[in-house]
Design a protein. Sequence first.
Length: 155
Amino acid sequence: MILIENIHPTKVLQLGLAAFALIALSCQNESRNNASGALQEDPASEIATDMGAPLPALPYIAVFDDESEQLVAEKNADFDRTSLTADALTLALRTNYPEIGLEVDRISNDTLFVRIVDASYLTQQMGASGSPVYIMEATYAFTELPDIAVAHFDF
C-alpha cells in the first residue's frame, strides 16, 4: 500500500491536475458538437426534401398587422382562381390543417354550412392565434365562392 505521505507534492499536484483535466474533457456538452454539424446543413433543403408537393394555396392568408396589432386577411397571389370550388377549398384546408376534421355539410341560399368533427385540436392545441387564423382563412376562402356570403361553422 502506497501512503500519500511518501509521494512527492509535485506528483500529487500533477495527478490532481490530470484527474481534473480528464473530468473536464469528458463532460463536454454533446449539443455543442451536434450544433456545429447542424449549422453546415441547409434547413430549407431539409424541409423541402421532407415535404412532397407544396401545400395548396388558399385565396387569403391571415397576417398579423404590427400597426393595428390585429389579424388581417391578405389576398394570396399564389391562389389559382380557376380552382375556386367548395371541394377544392375544403381539400386545401384539410391539407394545410390536417388535424382539423373539416366537412362541408350543405349549402343553403347564400350560406355554406361547415362542420368541424372534433374541435379539440382547434380550440385547445393551436395556441392563442392558431384558431383565429384558421377560422379567418376558412371563412375568407369559402366566401370567395360565387353566391356564398356566409360560412357557418358547427363544432
